[in-house]
Every structure is written in C-alpha cells, then in structure tokens.
Design a protein around this ligand. Sequence first.
Ligand code: SF4
Length: 125
Amino acid sequence: MITEQKNITCIACPRGCRLELIPGAEGSEAQIRGYECPKGLAYGQREAVEALRILTSTVKTCSAEMPRLPVRLSEPVPLDRFREFMDLINSFLAVEDCKPGDVLVRDFGMPGVNLQATGELHYEN
Ligand code: SF4
C-alpha cells in the first residue's frame, strides 16, 4: 500500500493516461485520479496496493552458438522483488532443448509463477 502520492502512467491501453495515486487516510483505500475508464481505475488501484510487472530477461546456456536464451516470468511479480528473481534467473542454466512458451521451471520463486522460454534452443547431438 502506498504511503505517499505517486504519479504513474497507465499501461492498460496505448493512450497512456497519467494517474495520480493518493494514499488513503489510516489504511483506507487509495484515491485514484486521472483515469479515463474502469480499466485505468483498476490498474491504479492495483498499483496503489502493490506494483506488479512481468519480468523478462535471459538465462545462460551451454551452447556456443546461443550462449543466452530469452525468458520471461509467466505472471506479473512484485516490482520490489525483481532483484530476488534476477538472482534466481542468473543462477539458472538451460541444459535442454526448448521452444518459445516452454516452461523451464514451475513455481519459480513464487507459487504459480513459471520461468518460460521466449526463444528457441537446440543442442547438437
Ligand atoms: S485510464 Fe483507460 S483510457 Fe487511460 S490509459 Fe488507462 S486504460 Fe487507457
């Protein structure tokens, strides 16, 4: 929950409205200003409680041809835990063939969050 006013850009559609998130008094719900539609209000409310983002990165492989494999997390995760997720990603080594969408690790750092390949990896036999 935010404790001070925050200005953010709504990313729920390409219009990119500027949202003001104003903390509520004594634990009450934050006030959201600047949204143009219900999706923007919902986005602002979520961001006021906990900022979530999809994390994309790359992992190491054993392939000389493709030393890094693009990956992403299957679900948005708290922004303030990105460092922790990056440590897990940096310690992962992709040792098997995979294609975009393949799950490399289930429950990766958090229940219900999977590490997924977004690129293709083929090892020569
Ligand atoms: S508030 Fe509504 S119209 Fe504005 S960017 Fe968000 S989703 Fe789009």
